[in-house]
Design a binder for this molecule. Structure first.
Ligand code: NAP
Length: 237
């Protein structure tokens, strides 16, 4: 079913990790469709370029500092969201890091715990705190990866498997509110994280993130493709 992207106009959407990579591409695309944006990164300066681009496209845009490794930062950020908009029609939980890769029995346990704070327990806290602000019939996207639960992917594989579980659970628990919770796997996209994970790869062989944002826009515009989708199978933006 084709979803009308005009639905995004005026929609209030929070995007975490919007300073670069996939989150920045999602933010820019939402700006072009008239969404009201709340964009997060660990430092305000990281958001300057994306904020400029989104405002240049005519979007009303607010920068919010959020460090997912720090519970106090999460609580402050959600308070700021609530002081800025009364409700959110969309949330894109996109921020993440790789953390220690490789076999789990050889990975640094403190490094794993730190990575999971950013990729799993931080997002759980964000969703708990945000819950009263999320409008009925909102769209919530959790950005996942084909590496979820994949052997050899260390903290990243663990974190993404947990994030998908969070999505499946919230989808059921919020069904009575009509909230669409969907895990979207962008597939390989040309970002800093991709370069870090695959240092030998020619970046020109990997699509830019702007070519993989279509399912995120669709979910936020009202589509419900199910609990988990892959952007590469969705077609181009
Ligand atoms: N790139 C790929 O090929 C690929 C494939 C599948 C899935 N994904 C997923 O797509 C999402 C975006 O990845 P990407 O490739 O765009 O990565 P990226 O370019 O490294 O960007 C990561 C984003 O996360 C934010 N971030 C990092 N640490 C944070 C923290 N402690 N608290 C809050 N935000 C933090 C960064 O903000 P700062 O600028 O403040 O550091 C940045 O905006 C991730 O969830 C990733 O797992 C990517």
């Amino acid at each position: 079913m084709a979803v009308d992207r005009a639905n995004l106009s005026g929609s209030r959407v929070l995007v975490t990790g919007a300073s670069r990579g996939y989150g920045a591409a999602v933010a820019r695309a939402l700006a072009l469709h008239g969404a009201r944006l709340l964009l997060t990164a660990t430092e305000p300066v990281h958001l300057a370029r994306v904020m400029r681009d989104c405002r240049g496209a005519g979007a009303d845009c607010t920068a919010i500092v959020l460090d997912l490794a720090d519970p106090a930062s999460i609580d402050r950020a959600v308070e700021e969201v609530g002081a800025t908009v009364p409700r959110l029609e969309g949330v894109v939980m996109n921020a993440g890091i790789l953390g220690p890769m490789g076999p789990l029995d050889q990975a640094d346990p403190d490094g794993i715990a730190h990575a999971l704070a950013i990729t799993l327990t931080g997002p759980v806290r964000v969703m708990q705190r945000l819950s009263p602000l999320i409008a009925d019939r909102a769209g919530v996207v959790l950005v996942t990866s084909g590496a979820a639960a994949r052997p050899g992917y260390g903290a990243y594989g663990l974190g993404k498997a947990g994030l998908e579980a969070l999505g499946f659970m919230l989808r059921g628990e919020w069904a009575h509110r009509g909230i669409r919770v969907v895990a979207v796997n962008p597939g390989p996209v040309r970002t800093d994280m991709r370069a870090e994970a695959h240092p030998g790869e020619d970046p020109a062989t990997v699509p830019p993130p702007s070519e993989r944002v279509a399912p995120v826009l669709a979910v936020l515009a009202g589509d419900d493709p199910g609990p988990r989708v892959q952007a590469a199978q969705w077609g181009l933006s």
